[in-house]
Design a protein around this ligand. Structure first.
Ligand code: PTJ
Length: 269
């Protein structure tokens, strides 16, 4: 059972949408604690919709992208994991594990900088075991060129000097700005044709709740490989082709679901 205390509702584990409801409640709780922006609820709903038409599982294209992403992170000189409200609410432990295993800093970077949010997210990450979190102290922040939104505020020791940035659930502007600054961008975005997805160097079309554990598993496979082998994995990965594959998966999934739904409709009538 998972309980959403403030709403007095309990979701039974055999509920067909148990997983989905569990994560919805995390997002709702996150919003009440200032971790998630109000707009984060809408972003989550959009993600759910894409996840539904991707079959709610990590597909082959996503697995390829995850492998290339891990190789790229292992090769980078100053990689950084960018954390927003939704990621902190949904996968705090996985973010901290990823940061520890790869020795990569976590940097809080927000679109909506409502008072108290940075501190709320810091607390969630610290409760999950994070020690050194960037993007906290305004004195350590500088602004990124070519960006008007709050995401332009970055940590001198983090995204500002980073060469490879992992961004999840993003608005497109920042990915574009990071690319113009010659940084490599790895994205996790369920919408394969969002601006973030299109501008990223490696686009993982998957739900962060599955993509991050999968990344952690792949790190175990790749962490001892020689640099040439890692470079080959990155070079062989073609993001455009991978995005096309993700879109084809959506088309195939909808076709199959349509057939199944029509079988039921025919029996029903
Ligand atoms: O915490 P803040 O202030 O930094 O704000 C975060 C949000 C998410 C509100 C902000 O970045 C935003 O408005 O994002 P967008 O433009 O709505 O884009 C979010 C993208 O993430 C959409 O393409 C969604 O389909 C996708 N998405 C939503 N949930 C997930 C997801 N992708 C992967 N995993 C998810 N769980």
């Amino acid at each position: 059972m998972t309980e959403n205390k403030n709403q007095n509702s309990v979701v039974p584990e055999n509920h067909p949408r148990f997983q989905s409801l569990k994560y919805r409640h995390k997002i709702i709780e996150g919003m009440k604690n200032l971790v998630v922006a109000e707009a984060g609820l809408i972003a989550h709903g959009r993600g759910e919709c894409f996840d539904y038409i991707l079959g709610e599982k990590t597909n082959k294209a996503a697995k390829k992208a995850i492998k290339a992403a891990v190789a790229m992170l292992l090769l980078a000189n100053h990689p950084v994991i960018s954390v927003n409200g939704n990621t902190a609410a949904l996968v705090p432990k996985e973010l901290v594990n990823l940061s520890e295993v790869l020795n990569i800093p976590l940097e809080i970077n927000l679109f909506y900088r409502k008072k108290g949010r940075v501190e709320a997210i810091k607390k969630v990450l610290e409760n999950a075991g994070a020690i050194n979190i960037l993007g906290i102290d305004e004195d350590d922040m500088v602004t990124l060129d070519g960006l008007e939104s709050n995401r332009r505020l970055v940590d001198k020791l983090g995204i500002y000097q980073g060469d490879c940035i992992l961004v999840m659930l993003e608005d497109g502007d920042r990915t574009e700005a990071l690319k113009k600054l010659n940084k490599k961008v790895i994205t996790v975005d369920l919408n394969p044709i969002s601006r973030t997805a299109i501008w990223g160097d490696i686009t993982i079309v998957d739900n962060i709740i599955r993509a991050l554990p999968e990344m952690l598993a792949i790190i175990e496979e790749l962490k001892d490989l020689k640099k040439e082998k890692l470079r080959k994995i990155v070079q062989d990965f073609k993001n455009k082709k991978n995005i096309q594959d993700a879109l084809n998966l959506i088309k195939d999934y909808i076709d199959t679901q349509k057939k199944d739904a029509f079988k039921i409709l025919e029996i029903k009538n």
